[in-house]
Design a binder for this molecule. Structure first.
Ligand code: SAM
Length: 230
């Protein structure tokens, strides 16, 4: 898979993509990631990427020219199919099933906004998939791009050391994950549940399933309701 992140702050995203699991996945050739600055596609000598909104109002709006040019450039250099993702608080709420869908694509072109957002013709002309990471407003799309790329990359085959890890964790089966413990067996009077030390794999598996169900029932009953409807 290839991911191009288009942003006004490529250095912010690049630093995040150069650590931990994403760094490893890039080195192993599981994913190719590149961050591009819209300013490199500005059309004037001031390298302008934004301007005042027509009709008045506060702030600045990202202009069509540099955004269209950046998208068209990365797509021309890496023949399709391409999946354009526009990060916006007005988009579809991001979740694990969208992460799974995106992980099945060949080339993601992730567009980060800034300032007051985008000229509407960017949405209309590029017809991207519009994604929000939650009902709050960030100053820019960079943090959202990191969230989306991280969630997608860890689902790619070969990205994690242990392939089973993504099948077991929260949301994979429409439930939250069971509680985990590691050494020491007793910490400040809190003991690891006896079953986990028993060596009885069947009992451990059963305990984990019960715990996952109970935890989901308590914290996210909506997940169980959705699971029952599927
Ligand atoms: N004026 C816009 C509105 O009210 O819909 C918000 C613009 S926001 C200050 C600037 C940029 O941050 C957006 O263009 C988008 O790329 C990004 N952003 C902000 N909140 C986001 C969210 N919840 N999910 C994804 N991207 C977000």
């Amino acid at each position: 898979m290839r991911i191009d992140v288009l942003t006004l702050f490529p250095e912010v995203c690049e630093a995040f993509f150069s650590a931990s699991i994403i760094k490893r996945a890039r080195s192993a050739g599981v994913v190719e990631i590149s961050c591009t600055n819209f300013r490199d596609f500005a059309e004037d000598r001031h390298r302008s990427v934004d301007d005042k909104p027509f009709g008045g109002g506060p702030g600045m709006v990202m202009m069509c020219g540099p955004v269209f040019a950046a998208v068209e450039d990365v797509e021309a250099r890496h023949p399709g199919p391409h999946t354009r993702v526009l990060l916006t608080p007005q988009g579809q709420r991001f979740d694990q099933s969208i992460a799974r869908e995106l992980a099945g694509q060949t080339h993601l072109v992730v567009i980060c906004g800034h300032y007051e957002g985008f000229d509407e013709r960017i949405r209309l002309g590029l017809t991207p998939r519009e994604i929000s990471i939650g009902d709050y407003v960030l100053s820019g799309g960079e943090a959202a791009a990191m969230v989306v790329v991280d969630a997608v990359v860890r689902l790619l085959p070969g990205a994690l050391g242990d392939e089973a890890s993504t099948d077991q964790e929260s949301f994979a089966q429409g439930m939250l994950e069971y509680p985990q413990y590691t050494r020491p067996q007793v910490f400040r009077g809190m003991r690891v549940p006896e079953v986990l030390l028993s060596g009885d794999h069947k009992r451990v598996e059963q305990w984990r399933q019960e715990q996952a169900l109970e935890r989901t029932r308590q914290r996210r009953p909506d997940l169980l309701k959705r699971r029952a409807q599927e």
